[in-house]
Design a protein around this ligand. Structure first.
Ligand code: TTP
Length: 703
């Protein structure tokens, strides 16, 4: 860490009053009129979830119900979220969000979809490779028509601070970082204009050196504006900025800071020594907070344009609470029907398969978002009935009344179903099978370790706090953020241009393999591959020749990867070693590990253990029931496996009519949460490739 922050150029683009804009695009005659989107009209006009800026000017807020909005502003149009299967159908909003992401990706930058209507963008590579040859005189005020510079606003003369900023920038000793941020701002202006042109949606943006700063900058000037927060303005800005508005500090952590440590602004945190923060929280969190309060955040933007999980949930409050197995079963069927439908669509579009189904339950009286969560393996079927039965079985297993342990009625107030752990469809069907089939036939092959090569970013601290805050006031239905509320995905970079940080983590050999793979893919290919190929063509539009140098395509199918890997590292499969499956034991992919037969899994765990020596041994525990070794954090979920196995046994003792439902259990085995070991952070390696072109000509060709 250092006190100067890092030198990335990051933007957060957030759509303005997004749901209302989606409705307005369908009803163009209503554009410019005050409007809100409400969920459920039943009670007092429904709960407002999005308010356009015309309605905000008339005093309407998201905290109101539809009827109150009409009282405040009689002309206010109330659009209602469509409903399907008794719950909100967010399809059109999700699709609108995808359209926007497609436009962003066409600029060749690293895009991380962060929610239904916002995305982080890392422009560092593009800017460093292509734009540093420009001088400040190449940029004029017209290129930054909607840009504000924090700390540079000057009364009525220079309201946005753009004149003063550009003037300072043209001085000899101008700061390189400020210069890059300015280029980022020019690029984001172009990107926002392209989004408007292609989708009709307006958005706002924040531009800064990291995700936290970009996010808070984005909220400063809305709608249809963008704000640059230079690192040099951060400390001053933080003296008044409330910490509860900062990304990751909206939840429990922020509450502790406010209530126990009396911090209300970000600057207040800087007065607390690092050691005290470490003692109050833990070493990692304390250090992270210490730097975070100084405007430093190394959370990388991870290429992700596809959601990491697909799911939905529903709240059942008051009389609607679910107090019987039949009601719970009914709603699980409805939720699974939606998830199954969306998964099928996702499979068709993105050629990937979800491997894990997670059901979440909140019980009456519990103030936490969820009382418990259970996960099951999802085999290749997305059969909604099977999914629902599996979920019901694991949900009801927790019912203490059913087990005769409690007299208290067991009432469910929220149910959620979500599918995750996506793998490439081709890879899914062939990877492990192929490995073992080929080994039987003594063929030469090895499992490609593509997921390890791609790397997983370390999970940022407290990422979910913000989401919980968002949902805290919602009375009825969650707005479907489960689709995208998670940590960056690690399996789908085949669809995207790899971010710089990832590229740096890929070995030279892998680069060669990937490069070769890219060349090969120009030949005949499966439908999936041809789709990806087309996407690549589309994506490279804006920065095509400029940014591709560092963009390493990840192999899409195991077929290719196996073939390539075997050329590089032929092995005799009759006696294959663990290293062939996991070449680097520091980066074992737990998902792949979970798919191995027990004896191999044990071998891998033992190898990791002996590699790590005594230091690592306490990471593992032995299961009492099956004597297998597991990572400490996995043992809880592994115990669920035994519970589910017992459950299946119980079911199989029942008469044959009810047994059919058992056979439908999704394997009945509760899967361990597979986690990946994060690769160690590596410094972004960047090169300055200076070119002499004008900004105008550069951007001119792109939009
Ligand atoms: P936001 O980006 O929070 O809000 P917004 O886009 O409506 O308005 P702004 O211009 O201030 O950004 O949320 C994006 C969409 O998510 C929003 O249009 C509706 C939906 N949503 C809910 O359904 N429930 C919620 O509690 C929130 C906060 C948003």
């Amino acid at each position: 860490m250092n006190a100067e922050g890092d030198r990335r150029v990051i933007a957060l683009i957030d759509m303005d009053c997004f749901y209302v804009q989606v409705e307005e695009r369908e009803n163009p005659n209503n554009k410019g009129k005050p409007a809100c989107v409400v969920q459920y009209r039943k009670w007092k006009g429904g709960g407002i979830i999005s308010v356009n800026y015309e309605a905000r000017a008339a005093g309407v807020t998201r905290q109101m119900r539809g009827d109150e909005a009409r009282e405040k502003c009689p002309d206010c149009i109330l659009y209602r979220v469509p409903e399907r299967r008794g719950k909100a159908d967010l399809t059109k909003y999700r699709d609108g969000g995808k359209e926007v992401i497609d436009v962003m990706c066409s600029f060749g930058v690293c895009v991380e979809r962060a929610s239904i209507d916002e995305a982080y963008i890392d422009m560092t590579m593009v800017i460093e490779q292509t734009l540093l040859g420009y001088t400040a005189t190449d940029i004029n005020v017209e290129e930054l028509p909607n840009t504000h510079f924090v700390g540079w606003e000057n009364g009525t003369d220079d309201v946005k601070g753009v004149h003063g900023w550009l003037k300072a920038l043209s001085k000899e000793d101008c700061n390189d970082n400020d210069w890059k941020l300015t280029l980022g701002a020019v690029l984001v202006e172009k990107m926002r204009a392209a989004i408007y042109e292609k989708t009709g949606f307006r958005c706002s943006a924040g531009i800064a050196n990291n995700k936290m700063l970009a996010k808070l900058a984005c909220g400063i000037n809305k709608p249809n504006k963008q704000t640059v927060l230079p690192f040099t303005s951060v400390q001053e800005f933080f003296t008044t900025f409330p910490l509860k508005k900062v990304r990751n500090l909206g939840g429990k952590l922020g509450l502790t800071l406010r209530e126990e440590l009396q911090c209300t602004t970000m600057a207040d945190i800087t007065r607390i020594p690092e050691k005290i923060l470490q003692e109050r929280f833990d070493t990692k969190t304390g250090t992270w907070l210490y730097w975070y309060a100084r405007g430093i955040d190394h959370d990388p933007v991870s290429s992700r344009r596809l959601p990491k999980s697909i799911g939905c949930n529903k709240n059942f409050t008051g009389l609607a609470a679910l107090d019987s197995e039949d009601k719970i079963g009914h709603w699980l069927e409805e939720l699974c029907a939606e998830v199954s439908e969306r998964l099928e669509k996702d499979r068709g579009t993105n050629c990937r398969l979800a491997k894990l189904l997670t059901v979440t339950v909140r019980l009456e009286g519990d103030i936490r978002p969820y009382s418990y969560t259970r996960s099951l393996p999802l085999h290749s079927s997305y059969d909604k009935t099977r999914m629902a039965k599996s979920c019901l079985a694991v949900v009801m297993k927790e019912n203490p009344c059913k087990q005769g342990n409690s007299k208290t009625p067991w009432v469910v107030t929220c149910l959620g179903v979500s599918a995750s752990k996506f793998v490439d469809q081709l890879e899914s069907s062939s990877r492990i099978d192929r490995f073992f089939t080929q080994s039987k036939a003594s063929k030469q092959s090895t499992i490609p370790n593509t997921e390890n090569e791609e790397s997983v970013d370390e999970e940022p601290l407290h990422r979910k706090d913000e989401l919980y805050d968002l949902h805290a006031d919602q009375e009825e239905e969650e707005f479907g953020m489960t689709e995208i509320d998670n940590i960056p995905t690690e399996t789908n970079a085949s669809n995207i241009i790899a971010p710089e940080s990832h590229v740096g983590q890929i070995s030279d050999l892998s680069k060669e393999i990937f490069q070769e793979n890219k060349e090969k893919s120009s030949g005949a290919s499966s439908p999936c591959r041809s789709r990806e190929k087309n996407e690549n063509v589309k994506k490279t539009g804006f920065f095509a020749s400029r940014s591709l140098k560092k963009c390493v395509p990840i192999p899409h199918s195991s077929e290719e990867s196996i073939a390539q890997s075997s050329q590089v590292n032929p092995v005799n499969q009759t006696t294959f070693s663990i290293e062939e499956i996991f070449p680097d034991l520091n980066q074992v992919d737990m998902e792949t590990l979970a798919l191995l037969p027990p004896h191999l899994r044990r071998q891998v765990l033992q190898a990791i253990q002996s590699k790590q020596g005594n230091e690592g041994t306490d990471e593992f525990v032995v299961c009492d029931k099956c004597k297998e070794q597991f990572l400490k954090e996995e043992i809880g979920e592994h115990n669920d496996f035994h519970v589910a196995a017992e459950l299946q046994k119980e079911f199989s003792l029942q008469p044959s009519t009810s047994r059919s439902s058992v056979n439908n259990l999704e394997g009945s085995k509760v899967v361990k949460n597979s986690s990946k070991r994060p690769l160690k952070n590596q410094k972004n390696a960047t090169k300055d490739t200076k070119r002499s072109r004008t900004i105008e000509s550069f951007f001119g060709s792109s939009v």
